[in-house]
Ligand binder design. Structure first.
Ligand code: BDR
Length: 317
């Protein structure tokens, strides 16, 4: 079985990504680490527990990580995911925070990597703060991973939060810089534009969420808030290639679960703009080897949609 560590800022699409991993028989989840991002850290922890409860997998350990970016700033995406990150649908039976492990996320990541050297695929679907702190505490951490899958950044300088800023990288550009420059391991990146270019049709979405299972009912509820926005005009401007359902984090998870969902990629060095007045947080792809960086990333550019849809469908069964 593939061993996964999942680092999330659990909003709606992170929830779908976790559900996908849980539903995949060839995967074992060692733990889920939480980071502030789409919503504040306590909500992230609660949301992960809610998803695990829904899937009867409260045995998976959940760890608290960083609540703010490395420089202390905080942005969130409540306009999209809701104040609580999961569409503001009250859940009186949500598990309590006492279920969160005492060990810090960063310590847990270091420990797992030492226990399973060369075997872990790390999937990061939020700001990269926990990952940046981990490599600073243990510079050998990335070499102990099998591979890293990141949802974040952009490949055509198009943003969804600012003109050139994709949310996860913009939320902590310094952390993204550290990860893209100091993680000397096989790294796959799912960008904003890639996610948009492989979006699912609203027809598919409507059929999917109306299947009447416990999981599809949950998805339908938590997405009601963001769908008002997704179908609105501002979002259609940010969306690349027209309307539809975009679940960014699911693409990174799908790639980690089944590498054959990735049909094309661009291999190049990548970094992040930190000081641009208009471009802070923008991912930079060095296609002419100007930076002379040894480590290259695989920026994913093609997806086997049949396989991806099959994974989405098993997630909600
Ligand atoms: C990313 O930002 C978040 O709002 C989503 O969960 C996703 O990880 C898309 O830019």
């Amino acid at each position: 079985k593939k061993l996964l560590l999942i680092d999330v800022d659990c909003g709606t699409d992170d929830a779908l990504a976790i559900m996908m991993a849980i539903a995949s028989p060839n995967v074992e989840i060692l733990g889920i680490t939480c980071v502030g991002g789409n919503t504040q850290l306590d909500n992230v922890c609660k949301n992960v527990l809610r998803v695990l409860k829904l899937c009867d997998r409260l045995d998976i350990p959940v760890f608290r990580g960083a609540s703010t970016a490395v420089l202390g700033q905080n942005i969130n995406a409540s306009y999209f995911h809701g104040e609580d990150g999961l569409g503001d649908v009250p859940d009186e039976n949500a598990p309590g925070l006492e279920l969160i492990q005492k060990e810090h996320a960063v310590d847990a990541m270091k420990r797992f990597a030492s226990e399973y050297p060369g075997q872990i695929s790390l999937v990061a679907t939020g700001p990269l703060t926990n990952l940046a702190l981990t490599v600073r505490m243990d510079p050998t951490f990335p070499q102990k991973l099998y591979s890293l899958y990141i949802m974040g950044g952009n490949m055509e300088s198009r943003g969804n939060t600012t003109a050139c800023g994709e949310f996860n990288f913009l939320a902590d550009p310094e952390a993204a810089y550290i990860v893209l420059n100091d993680y000397l391991c096989t790294t796959y990146i799912v960008t904003w534009e890639y996610s948009c270019r492989h979006k699912l049709s609203w027809e598919w979405y409507d059929k999917w969420v109306n299947k009447g299972t416990k999981k599809t009912d949950f998805i339908k509820k938590i997405y009601a808030h963001s769908l008002q926005y997704s179908r609105s005009e501002k979002e259609s401007k940010a969306l690349v290639d027209g309307p539809g359902f975009v679940s960014c984090d699911s693409y990174a998870m799908a790639a980690a679960i089944d590498e054959s969902t990735v049909t094309k990629f661009i291999e190049c060095a990548v970094t992040v703009e930190l000081s641009g007045k208009f471009t802070r947080g923008m991912m930079v792809m060095d296609l002419i080897d100007d930076l002379k960086k040894k480590n290259k990333a695989f920026v994913i550019s093609g997806c086997d949609m049949e396989k991806f849809i099959a994974l989405m469908e098993i997630s909600a069964k």
